[in-house]
Design a protein around this ligand. Structure first.
Ligand code: AMP
Ligand code: ZN
Length: 114
């Protein structure tokens, strides 16, 4: 697999501000934050989009989401509110084709998103 940006971050070939890591999941600060808290949570496994996830990824993706909830608690935004977003494909704004969830919080978030 050609190394994508997030695989390079996981392999320490690109710098990032890592906030959580285990053998399967990585979370790091977004380079271009859109809210006071803007963290990307990714599986270390390279899966380009949610469309490519298979039943064998079910536990992994569940862990990614629970990791986001834990970080939200750590950042004290779990009660004020936060948003977990997985832009999927170009029309939804996906620009990095390695599954990632944006954890956004620390300000009020409009609905619907643009
Ligand atoms: P998306 O547009 O949903 O695919 O989100 C990709 C996100 O990755 C954007 O919010 C970018 O700011 C972020 N991003 C791209 N390159 C990096 C990087 N090297 N380190 C941290 N975040 C990045
Ligand atoms: Zn990747």
């Amino acid at each position: 697999m050609d190394q994508c940006v997030f695989c390079k971050i996981a392999d320490r070939e690109l710098p990032s501000k890592i906030v959580f890591e285990n053998d399967r999941v990585l979370a790091f600060e977004d380079l271009n934050p859109q809210a006071p808290t803007h963290i990307l949570i990714v599986p270390k496994k390279h899966i380009p989009t949610l469309n490519d996830a298979t039943p064998e990824d079910e536990t992994l993706l569940g862990e990614v989401i629970l990791c986001a909830a834990t970080i939200a608690k750590d950042r004290r935004i779990s009660t004020s509110g936060y948003r977990l977003v997985a832009n999927t494909m170009g029309g939804a704004g996906q620009s990095v084709f390695h599954i990632h969830f944006h954890l956004l919080g620390g300000r009020s978030l409009a609905w619907p998103p643009g």
